[in-house]
Design a protein around this ligand. Structure first.
Ligand SMILES: Nc1ncnc2c1ncn2[C@@H]1O[C@H](COP(=O)(O)OP(=O)(O)O)[C@@H](O)[C@H]1O
Ligand SMILES: [Mg+2]
Length: 263
């Protein structure tokens, strides 16, 4: 379980996180919402140790991230799949290379292992048939075709899926998605939402989704936290979010009609 306690972070005179208290329940989908620039990505980066807080604690299974040795932090990072804002794929690498790059860079050269991991994660995100068909001529044909493609050959939705596949390599317990539907049309956004839900159920993975897409929130969230002015101004389920009287929340969600995205 991930727990943030009184987390503070400033950049120069800008006090971005002003005492964040938040619990991220295991096995659920937690959505973090809030205006652009309010500190959502900054918050995520603290959990994986890419940024260090000025004050407060990030606890993962009761261990403080800031107090971890390099080795411990490495283990924590390995257990968290991180889907970066934008797909953040390497344009010059193939889909296959983009997916297994983390393992490869850590010295893994067992081709059978790299291949089976690539098949597993590309199937999990729906870019290949069900993994039970692995080995069949159809599966292998599709795998060969997809593997050799470059990001420029893919649609926006497919690129996002490759980014998610990469994050699933190594079977992490947690997956963080930073703005997974941003830049996608309604149909593709809906498909990405469905994929996040499916992965959460199938893999029992704890999902943390940063988004300003309220349709996604109402589609997928078990738990929602809203940031405003460096603090958590709402925490609860999506139903409570819709019925809260807090003006910051109602103003933020008023632009959205749940269920309307595909109409
Ligand atoms: N490494 C950094 N150095 C300086 N300022 C930063 C850095 N990262 C983020 N910020 C600032 O912190 C604020 C929050 O950024 P961010 O978390 O990216 O917002 P968002 O909620 O849109 O994800 C912004 O004002 C941004 O400019
Ligand atoms: Mg961001």
């Amino acid at each position: 379980m991930i727990s943030l306690q009184n987390l503070h972070k400033s950049f120069g005179s800008k006090h971005v996180l002003q005492g964040i208290d938040l619990q991220i329940p295991n096995g659920q989908i937690t959505c973090i919402i809030g205006k652009s620039g309010c500190g959502k990505s900054v918050l995520l980066k603290h959990i994986v140790g890419l940024l260090t807080q000025d004050k407060g604690e990030v606890l993962i299974d009761d261990v403080s991230v800031a107090s971890m040795s390099k080795q411990e932090l490495f283990e924590v990072r390995r257990n968290i799949g991180y889907v970066f804002q934008g797909a953040a794929l390497f344009d010059s690498l193939t889909v296959y290379e983009n997916v297994i790059i983390g393992l490869y860079e850590h010295g893994e050269r067992d081709m059978a292992l790299l291949n089976s991991e690539a098949r597993r994660v590309l199937s999990a995100v729906g870019l290949l048939p069900d993994i039970s068909e692995s080995g069949s001529s159809n599966f292998e044909k599709e795998f060969a075709l997809l593997s050799s493609k470059k990001p420029s050959d893919l649609s926006g939705g497919m690129k996002k899926r490759v980014g998610v596949a990469r994050a699933l390599v190594g079977s992490p317990s947690y997956i963080f998605y930073d703005e997974p539907t941003t830049g996608l049309d309604p149909v593709n956004s809906e498909q990405i939402d469905r994929m996040i839900l499916e992965l959460s159920k199938k893999l029992s993975i704890t999902s943390l989704v940063i988004t300003h897409d309220m349709f996604s929130v109402f589609n997928i969230a078990d738990h929602v936290a809203m940031l405003d002015n460096g603090k958590v101004c709402f925490e609860g389920d999506a139903h409570t979010l819709q019925h809260t009287n807090d003006s910051r929340v109602s103003e933020f969600i008023s632009r959205f009609q749940p269920g309307a995205r595909l109409q």
